[in-house]
Structure formats: structure tokens, C-alpha cells
Ligand binder design. Structure first.
Ligand code: AMP
Length: 551
């Protein structure tokens, strides 16, 4: 299949606003795609070339992409910068440069690129490692661009920079697959939930649609975690469910553990395997005489919960693992059971899952079941909330005892309640040198939120909240992801997510989104979150609405 067929549809989809028309166009493309490249076409449409169960990423630094573009187009540094500044995205800049210099694109004289060739080259860029890999990655990218039309070059660059991720939304892709192969969208979504691989599910929908219903969880393949919405008050839980299950909310990192006989795999919420960094947990899990998947939170813990930052030093560590296991003890709180001895439990109500969980997990040195109560009484829940805070935990989770486990969904079956004012998870898009003793440190950050079109839009500037040592660390990190310099500030790749506190949200013409945060300060860097998981303008509007109600 030619890449051109894909990029043409992508361009058409971008140009129309009707959701139904978008879905119809993509469905038509999928229908005519042969089985073999169908998974690839699905990955490419949503701009993430690996399935969700893979933690692999297409990593190529900004400067390498920039250099490859310049080498292929022979455009000056200044001209590329002008084009980039015009759009704020490198993919569109490349398209413009290709269009302005028709001779650059040689696709008319060479064989046109196929989807498979392009995909294989991107996988190669993602997976090459070791000595000389950077040069080879650049060469592969140059090879791709050399045979691309303007549309294709844009598509390729956007896929590599991550700008594509917002091209065709996951939800729409699910609907398009369902329409293309005449399957029920609910069945398709369920299949995707258990498999975490939209490409595989699309192929099954095409080849054997009747088997979609039978797909189940694969032990050892990470699922996307179920997510929670924010609750303003304890009572919200009772408004929604007759009785609610209240659990302590632990402030650490979300992990899922898969145990298959002797094999133990521990994954982060981004599907990264971190078993090697947690030997004491692996040992204790190994002693449990079942095969299962549990959902948990790990926190640094020595007599009481310790700062989340400590955990960063442990997760993903490959060297001196035992030494750090002694230095930074952890505790794992297990709160859900998703699979047990051959049976998937995602359609089993939470209360029953909890009951089964207590037969599987016993309290050991580093592992405990998350504390929970089932109650109708807000007085009882309030006591538990205070107790959680007194013990140094973050707050409470309020869960519908009848709820099923829905991987990847954020819904009102799980609510999170924290004591303090609300916070927003935002991504840093620009950094600036500070003043006085921070004159050599990148200490002032500009944060972006996701706007209604799915683009990153600035909403706050903050420079308070981090400790000096952290600012030093961040300075080094930001230098590594800097895109371009303007005087004392840099635009950076949108990679660092932080949780921001603020006094209130105000309407403001300072930013195009129409809102600004009053007195924003950084609560902490959220290394566990990616730019895909930041808050959107809808959340800002919700908080703004609540503020008005409470005023
Ligand atoms: P937040 O990260 O603030 O959006 O809150 C949701 C996160 O809280 C989940 O993704 C988990 O990592 C974490 N968490 C802590 N304790 C629990 C619990 N008992 N149940 C579910 N999630 C929990």
C-alpha cells in the first residue's frame, strides 16, 4: 500500500470538521487496506507506531531531525527557523519548504514510498541503539525524506516529533474500524481494552469479526490502567452510588504486576517493565501460589510514607539495585485484581474482585492490600479521610462497588479526593534563565495545557516550588531537550509534565485559551505522566465553574 493513500486521507480528515465524515473517510481507507499492513495503517493514523502494550518510543532528538531536514533540503538554518516559527510545528515547516522547492521532492522519479517501507524505517529509527546509532538513525530519516512528497514529509516528521499524535483521535479510530468491518463499536472497544493493541484488533475485526468477542487478557502483556475523575467532596460518592468503597489514595507510582507461574513482570502505567529495579517485590510475589494480574501503587516507605521524589531513584534503576533497595525501602499497596488463574475479572464487580484479592495477597514485608471500607455513612468516610491524611497518604479513592474494570478509561466509577486545592497537570514548553542566584539556572517555566483542538497552548508561567538541587537537575535536563533559543529562553520539547498548584483560575486575555492561573507554583514534576496525559481546557473550565459556584 502506498504511503500517499494514507497521507491523502489524513489531509482530507484534517480539512473537515464533521466527525461522521472523518470516520467514514478513514473507514473507507481501512476497508481497502489489505490485512497485512492493516495494523501498521492503524498505528500510523494515530501517530504512535507501537501498540499500547509496548513502552518503546520513537526517540530521535530534535536537533537530529532538524539536521536531517537541513541536509535533505539544503535550506539555511534561518529559513528553516522562519518556517518553523510560522507554524510552531516542524512537520508543517517541512511541508512548506518542500513545496517552495519542488526539486527537493524526488518522489516523481523514484519508486513511491509504501506504508510498509515507511513504517519499517520508523521502527528501525526507534530501535537502533549503541555506537553510531544516532548517525544511522539520521541517515534513515534522510532516506525517507529524500523519497517523500511534501505531504509525506510532513506526515513522517510529525510522526517522529509526536506532533501526529493528535491527528486522528483514538476514539474516532475505534469507530472507523467498527464501521469499516461492520462490527459493534462496543465489542471492538472491549477487545481493544483487553489487548492494548489497536492494530491487532483491527486485523481480527477484518479477518474474523466473530472472534472479537472472545478475545481476552494476555498474561504478561500490560493493560492500560483504569483512571479516576476528581471529586470535590466526599458526598459526591454517595450521590453516584448507594454505598461507596473508600480506599486510601497512596502517592507513588502506579504499577501492574503480572505473575505467570514463576515469571513475574512489573509494569509502569506507561507499559515499561521495571521488575529488575524491584527485587524485593519480585521475591515476595513469587511466593504466591497463583497466576494473576494486580493493580497497585508503590510508594517510598520507612515507618511512614516518604517523598515521591525518592521513588524516582529506584524505579528503572539497573545498577546498584540492592544497595538502593536498602537505602530507599518501598511499600506496595495492591488495590485491584484483574486476572486470576486463567480467568479475566474485568467484568466482575469491584466488590467481588476485592474479595478474591484478599484470598490471593497476604500481608508481607513490602506488600499490603490497600485499606478500604464499604459504607453508606459520610461520617465514617470522613474519619477515614482524616486518618489517611494523618498517616501521610494523599487522600481517598471513592469507588463504585459494582463497577467493572475498564482499562484505559477515565470515568466516574472511580473518583479521587484530595484535601488541598485542585491542581493541574501541565507540560513545560519553554524555559528561561532566572535572576540573581538563579541567573545560570533554567528556573522559569512556561506551561501548556491541551486546547479544544488537541494542541498545546500556554496557560501559565511559574518559577516557584522546586528545590535548588531539583532546579539544577532540571536545567541539565532541559538543555538536552531544548529546541531553539530566544535570548535567555528556550523552547523545549514538550516532555516534562508538572503538577501545578494555584490560588484560582481567572479569565484572561494573556493567553489564547482565555484563562490564566493566579499564583501558579510547581507542586512536583510528574515523571510518571507523559504529555498525552496532561489536563485539557475542559478541566480548567470545570474548575472555573466550581470556583464561581463556591464564591
Ligand atoms: P492522579 O494521579 O492524581 O490522577 O490519581 C490517580 C492515581 O492514584 C492512580 O493512577 C494511581 O496511580 C493512584 N492511586 C493511589 N491509590 C490508589 C487506589 N487505592 N486506587 C486507585 N488508584 C490509586
Amino acid at each position: 500500500m502506498l504511503l500517499k493513500e494514507l497521507t491523502e486521507v489524513y489531509e482530507k480528515v484534517r480539512a473537515i470538521s464533521s466527525k461522521l465524515e472523518k470516520i467514514a473517510l478513514v473507514a473507507e481507507l481501512l476497508r481497502k487496506t489489505p490485512s497485512e499492513p492493516l495494523p501498521i495503517v492503524c498505528y500510523m493514523l494515530r501517530g504512535k507506531i507501537f501498540p499500547d502494550y509496548s513502552a518503546q518510543e520513537l526517540r530521535l532528538g530534535w536537533s537530529s531531525i532538524w539536521d536531517a531536514i537541513r541536509a535533505v533540503t539544503h535550506v539555511s538554518e534561518e529559513d528553516l527557523r522562519i518556517a518553523y516559527n510560522k507554524f510552531g510545528d516542524l512537520g508543517s515547516a517541512v511541508e512548506l519548504i518542500f513545496e517552495q522547492n519542488p526539486k527537493i521532492s524526488v518522489s516523481l522519479v523514484t519508486e513511491p514510498l509504501t506504508v510498509e517501507e515507511c513504517y519499517n524505517a520508523l521502527v528501525k529509527i526507534a530501535t537502533l541503539s549503541g555506537k553510531d546509532s544516532l548517525r544511522r538513525k539520521k541517515t534513515i530519516l534522510m532516506g525517507l525524506l529524500n523519497t517523500s512528497s511534501p505531504d509525506e514529509a510532513k506526515f513522517i516528521v510529525k510522526t517522529i516529533t509526536g506532533e501526529m499524535r493528535y491527528g486522528f483521535k483514538q476514539g474516532l479510530l475505534e469507530e472507523a474500524i467498527a464501521e469499516a468491518f461492520s462490527v459493534d463499536v462496543a465489542v471492538l472497544r472491549k477487545a481493544y481494552m483487553v489487548r492494548s493493541d489497536i492494530g491487532e484488533v483491527a486485523r481480527i475485526a477484518k479477518e474474523q469479526p466473530e472472534t472479537l468477542k472472545e478475545l481476552s487478557i494476555v498474561l504478561g502483556r500490560p493493560l492500560r490502567p483504569m483512571l479516576a475523575e476528581t471529586a470535590d467532596t466526599l458526598e459526591e460518592g454517595f450521590k453516584r452510588f448507594d454505598k461507596a468503597l473508600f480506599e486510601y489514595k497512596y502517592d507513588g507510582a502506579r504499577l501492574s504486576i503480572h505473575k505467570n507461574n514463576e515469571a513475574v513482570n512489573i509494569f509502569t502505567r506507561g507499559a515499561e517493565e521495571v521488575s529488575q529495579s524491584l527485587p524485593e517485590i519480585v521475591e515476595e510475589i513469587k511466593t504466591i501460589p497463583h497466576s494473576f494480574i494486580v493493580d497497585c501503587e508503590i510508594i517510598p516507605f520507612e515507618h511512614s510514607p516518604k517523598a515521591f521524589q525518592e521513588l524516582i531513584k529506584r524505579l528503572r534503576r539497573k545498577h546498584r539495585v540492592d544497595e538502593f533497595a536498602r537505602k530507599i525501602p518501598v511499600k506496595l499497596y495492591v488495590f485491584d485484581l484483574i486476572y486470576l488463574d486463567g480467568t479475566a475479572l474485568i467484568d466482575t464487580p469491584l466488590l467481588k474482585r476485592r474479595e478474591l484479592l484478599s484470598t490471593v495477597i497476604q500481608h508481607t514485608e513490602h506488600i499490603e492490600i490497600a485499606k478500604c471500607i464499604l459504607t453508606k455513612s459520610s461520617a465514617e468516610a470522613r474519619i477515614m479521610f482524616q486518618e489517611a491524611l494523618d498517616l501521610g497518604f494523599e487522600g481517598l479513592m471513592i469507588k463504585n462497588p459494582q463497577s467493572l474494570y475498564t482499562p484505559g478509561k477515565r470515568g466516574s466509577e472511580w473518583l479521587k479526593l484530595k484535601p488541598e486545592a485542585e491542581t493541574l497537570d501541565l507540560v513545560v514548553i519553554a524555559v528561561e534563565y532566572g535572576h540573581g542566584k538563579r541567573a545560570n539556572l533554567l528556573s522559569d517555566y512556561t506551561f501548556a495545557i491541551r486546547d479544544r483542538e488537541g494542541n498545546l497552548a500556554p496557560i501559565a508561567k511559574a518559577f516557584g516550588g522546586l528545590k535548588d538541587a531539583e532546579i539544577e537537575e532540571m536545567t541539565e535536563y532541559f538543555k538536552g531537550i531544548a529546541r531553539e533559543q530566544h535570548g535567555r529562553s528556550f523552547l523545549v520539547e514538550p516532555k516534562v509534565v508538572a503538577e501545578l498548584k494555584f490560588d484560582e483560575i481567572q479569565r484572561s486575555s494573556l493567553y489564547t485559551v482565555g484563562y490564566a492561573l493566579r499564583f501558579p507554583r510547581i507542586k512536583r514534576i510528574r515523571w510518571d505522566l507523559s504529555v498525552d496525559e496532561i489536563d485539557s481546557i475542559e478541566t480548567v473550565e470545570k474548575i472555573f465553574g466550581r470556583q464561581k459556584r463556591n464564591a
